[in-house]
Every structure is written in C-alpha cells, then in structure tokens.
Write a protein that binds this ligand. Sequence first.
Ligand SMILES: C[S@@+](CC[C@H](N)C(=O)[O-])C[C@H]1O[C@@H](n2cnc3c(N)ncnc32)[C@H](O)[C@@H]1O
Length: 248
Amino acid sequence: MAASLRRPSFSASSSSSADPDDEGVRGTCEDASICKRFAVSLGYWHDPYIQHLVRLSKERKAPEINRGYFARVHGVSQLIKAFLQKTECHCQILNLGAGMDTTFWRLKDEDLLPSKYFEVDFPMIVTRKLHSIKHKPFLLQPIIELHSEDTLQIDGHLLDSKRYAIIGADLRDLPELEEKLKKYNMNPHNQGVAGVAGEGTEAQRDWTACCPRPHGLTAGKFQARIQTQAGRRRSTCSQAPSVTIRAT
Ligand SMILES: C[S@@+](CC[C@H](N)C(=O)[O-])C[C@H]1O[C@@H](n2cnc3c(N)ncnc32)[C@H](O)[C@@H]1O
C-alpha cells in the first residue's frame, strides 16, 4: 500500500505556502464547519464548542444535509469511543484534515481523552483555529487545565501541549508530516493509533506512511473492523491496535 504513495516535490517552505490551487480543498473546511454549526444550532447533536470556532450561517441547510452530518459525526464519534474503550485510552488519535473539529473538547468532557490527541490541517486553517483558541477562554481553559508542568506552546501555526497538538502541514508532504508528528511526540510504534481522515483529503492512503500496520475502514465496515482489531489485541497483547478511520 505504501508503495502507491504520492510523493510530490515540495519546496522548503511548503508548509507555510498557500497554493491557490488548494483553495477549493481548504474551502471544504468552511463548508463542513458551517453545516455542522447549523445542525448543532437546530439540536441535531450537542456541541457547546463549535460556536466558538464557526459562525452561524444565515442560510438554512436542507434536512438531508443536517441528517448526513449527524450520521457522520455520530458514526466517527462511536468509532473513536470504541477504540478508546478497547485501548483503555492508552492510545493516540490522529485527526487528519481536522478543520474546526471539536472532538478533543468533547472527549475531555466525557473523560475519554487518549494519551495524546493530534490534529493536522493546512497551516492556514490551523492559524484560524489557533486564533480562536487563543482568544476564547472556553476553548483555551480545558487545554490549560490538562497541561500540568510542561510548557504549553501556542503560536500562529502550532499548538503543542501534553494531551493535544494542532499541527499545520500539507498531508501530501509525507516527510514533513512524519517529522512534525515525531517532533510533537507521536509514537506509532509503542501505542495504538487511530487516524481520522477528513473526507476529500486522500489522507487514508497517505497515512499509511506514518503507521506501521494501518487498516483502512469505510463507514459501513468500521464496527466489524474495530472488533477484529480488538480481538487481535486480546489474542496477541503485545501488539497495540492501529486503525485508520475514514469518514466517507
Ligand atoms: C471536508 S473538510 C473536513 C474537516 C473536518 N474533518 C470536519 O469534519 O469538520 C476536509 C479538511 O481536510 C483538509 N485538507 C484537505 N487536504 C489537505 C492537505 N493536503 N493537507 C492538509 N489538510 C488538508 C482541509 O483543509 C479541510 O479542513
């Protein structure tokens, strides 16, 4: 699988560049966030954090859109919780193409945080998210609470703390991605890792480079595969599960 990875050439400054060709892909962050924000405002699910990251659109969304986002958020959330329960939270979660996703805060509220939760998105998207976090105590406080003695690092392009990292990187630049994940203490070899890939990212394929034994899952199959993974873990014990979830 790894042999089919796309490895385009990047300039040294690829992580900070804002290629206009990627504008459409970055725009999917806005689309997804606005749809989720709207569905939350109608009570499709509870998310007190999204309002601090995303404005409420005046434009109404069709019920099919709201239901679709509900299904997606609920499905991914169930999968993440299953993984956390099977690993007793001794795992890491990597959210590729995280956009304005609020899973970190919602897991904290349920006392279900993994050892460390990582997010990756384009630097421009990360900068927007970090701006909100820095200026909204409702978002910042939960991160500070968990932080204890280590130094919380937060600037325009990066947040790194004991349990949460938000990293600006282009998922197509695998060497850069791997280097950054390593720098912020992701260890795919010692602990189970669940990767959540935002749709449209092709990240499931790219993710195979970072994870020793990944398994691609589609929404329809995820439950069965999680059980298989958990079974394997029970039977081998020394091998922590590693799962890639793809929100389709
Ligand atoms: C459809 S949005 C989903 C956002 C988020 N996961 C959610 O559910 O709200 C896809 C996200 O993937 C990000 N993305 C797509 N291609 C990327 C790439 N090559 N590098 C980094 N991020 C990428 C976009 O910026 C966007 O935030």
